[in-house]
Design a protein around this ligand. Sequence first.
Ligand SMILES: [Zn+2]
Length: 364
Amino acid sequence: MILPTVRVHSSDRDIPIHSDLPAVYRKLLRSPMRDPIPLETENGLYLTDLELFLDSRRSRENGFVSHAHADHFGRHENILCSETTAHLLKTRYNVADERLNPHPFHEPLEVGPFRLQLLPAGHIYGSAMLHVTRKADGESLLYTGDFKVHRSLTAEEPVFRRADTLVMETTFGAPKWVFPGENEITGMILNFVNQCLEEGVVPALLAYSLGKAQEVQAILTRSGIPAVSHPAVAKMTAACREAGCRLPEPLTFEGTVPGGHALICPPNVMRSEEYQAIPNLRTAILSGWALDRNATYRFGVNAAFPLSDHADFPGLLDAVRRVNPRRIVTIHGYTREFSSELRRQNYEAWSVDGGDQMELDLQR
Ligand SMILES: [Zn+2]
């Protein structure tokens, strides 16, 4: 009997499979018995054969740094990262040039028996995923770092590539985290800002100094609204501009906010006397956690808008579909909940934190 075939992979390892076989057999057909690329998880994420740590906060000999946020950075002797991240690490943390091994997106990097590739993660400007292929048998692994599935104004468009093992962040990996569309969120922020300006009130947008702050700067710029930035924000905006991001030259806050301007600053500075002294201030936090109904109370702000640089729950599932992996390791946030959801969908998945409850298969 000749069965119709479909292609499930977009890579050069496309394997024809029979479309009318039950899913479990299709999975077996495209799963030749290859050993996974070894990944240790007990003491940080470590690719054993490459002797490479992934986003370790402790200083290591060799480390991949997916992006320039502090919780993904360690002062490794040899840092593999994107070209933009290298520039941001130098500006933000004074990392010496000789430690940095910047590599362009998409370009293959041959390391012994492995081929590495950095792919845009869409999280912040310069953020990268790491794709690893073992040349001998084609076995592959994708490490996402922090990622987003929809394109933002300032980060590169995310690119997902098929891999046998997917190591993914699950910050918003529970079904309740579903963000509104980008246009809707942008509309909420602009309404807030315009209303403040009409009432003669200063709109203060609270956003992390690297990533979210540049994104809201881009949103305001597109609508012709000028903004002054806290020095930490202005420094990162300038660094992103130097690395090629299209943003206006930042205006640094020096004690007063000119009329008609918004203020962009990190959330923690609002407690400082200098910022408390600004008259007629109305604050809004920009964060995925804004979906929590107590967000304004928790953050101590007047308004909260769910502008996030992470994928929401449907976005995480979308990423899994695009990568089409044979096994998944979840890291950060709702690791157990999301791996459990994936097992319900017949994926082999487990949490890096352990403690996965294997569901009873009532059909057996
Ligand atoms: Zn991050």
